[in-house]
Structures are given as C-alpha cells and as structure tokens.
Unconditional design. Sequence first.
Length: 118
Amino acid sequence: QVQLVESGGGYAQAGGSLRLSCAASGRTLSTYRMGWFRRAPGKGRRFVAEISRRSGSTNYATSVEGRFTISGDNAKNTVYLQMNSLKPEDTAVYYCAADTSGGEYDAWGQGTQVTVSS
C-alpha cells in the first residue's frame, strides 16, 4: 500500500501562487502515476493534473493548463503542484492520488485546503 500526505495549502490572493507537496510512503515503487484532484464547495472531485512516475509525461485539466505545473522527485517520493496565476475558482480541497494498479487511482491523501480571494 501507498500512503500519501499533502502539504502546502493555504490562502492566496488572485494572481498569486502556492505550491502543494505530496509525500508518498510505503510501496512507492509500484506506483505508475501520481495525480492531483480537487473538490470545490458544492461540487464533485475533479481531475487537475497527473504525472507518469516512469516517463515523466504530464497531463492537465484545461482549466489549469498554462497556470499549474506538476512535477515529481522520485528520489524523495514527492510530487509537487506549482499553482500560479491563481483564481478564486481554484478554491477547493486538493487531493493527491496514486495509481498503483496501472488502471485507476487507488490511493488518496487526506486533502489540503486552498483558498483564493479576489
């Protein structure tokens, strides 16, 4: 199993930046990809970004492309989400996730709150 712990959430003004971190422990070598999702107030959980642990290839939701950057440090078993040009609509609880089966995300962190004021 893989355990995930997010950090780095907080408050920012519109146009500002925040960086989220996700530290993985446990059977990290079995991880195929790591991703970030978010749940805004009153909405369902939505995909934000993901990165392949082996190739480093990335994928983004249209709403964050060009503003957010996902990166990973395999030596530290940590994934980052750099969020720039933040908007109030980015306000959400952000979750880190891991795909250890090669098919779907099956390990989740507890979430970290990001609040962007206008």
